[in-house]
Design a protein around this ligand. Structure first.
Ligand SMILES: [Zn+2]
Length: 66
């Protein structure tokens, strides 16, 4: 079946018998991500997680007491 990536709107062909195809057929509003966008989002999520970890460590806690 044909699916459209909801980020870049590229049309991809996926296996009719795949789990994803079944899910989309049952719920047509299920967002589909092409592999490229999926990778991009995964990398962004990883980068954000790394940033938030570094940020929480750099905030000084001792200042709240004074
Ligand atoms: Zn895409």
């Amino acid at each position: 079946m044909r699916v459209t990536c909801f980020l870049c709107e590229r049309v991809e062909e996926i296996d009719d018998n795949s789990l994803l195809a079944k899910r989309i057929r049952h719920r047509p509003l299920t967002p589909y991500l092409c592999p490229a966008c999926h990778d991009r989002i995964a990398q962004k999520t990883l980068a954000r997680r790394r940033q938030s970890q570094g940020g929480s460590k750099s905030t000084p806690r001792g200042q709240e007491r004074s």
